[in-house]
Design a protein. Structure first.
Length: 143
């Protein structure tokens, strides 16, 4: 995989998790280029974008639009783990390392939506990674 392709893919995954928390901020290329030392600057910038005008965010919203959100988010994370296992990306010391680092840092955020989403997603991702590693046949059934 080319460096540019993997950087683009990681940027899209970062943006996905930020949006999953209810934040509509955009992670710019400049912010992305600074993630070598962690995601503190990204989360700091997204915190100012978030505004926290409301205490509601997608994981706890009870409207019809978001009722299935949690299940869909879980399914996306499970599929990501399966596809990364299939593509041998689990041990490339790039994608999963950065995704897990983002989710861990989100789970330590002062913003409740980031903290809750990061914790939920990291737990789901770790469970899915264990599942595909222990039971590779799991990958076949989740295609």
């Amino acid at each position: 995989m080319k460096k540019r392709d993997r950087d683009t893919a990681l940027l899209e995954i970062i943006q996905f998790f930020i949006h999953a928390s209810g934040c509509r901020g955009k992670v710019t290329t400049e912010l992305y280029q600074g993630i070598g030392g962690g995601f503190q600057e990204v989360l700091k910038a997204m915190t100012t974008e978030f505004g926290e005008e409301t205490s509601e965010y997608p994981l706890i919203t009870h409207t019809n639009q978001f009722r299935r959100f949690k299940n869909c988010l879980s399914e996306i994370i499970t599929q990501m783990a399966s596809k990364c296992y299939e593509g041998e990306l689990l041990y490339d010391e790039f994608l999963m390392d950065y995704v897990l680092q983002l989710l861990i840092e989100m789970s330590q955020s002062f913003v409740r939506a980031f903290r809750h989403t990061g914790t939920f997603c990291s737990m789901k991702l770790m469970s899915s990674l264990v599942q595909v590693r222990v039971n590779p046949i799991f990958v076949l059934y989740n295609k």
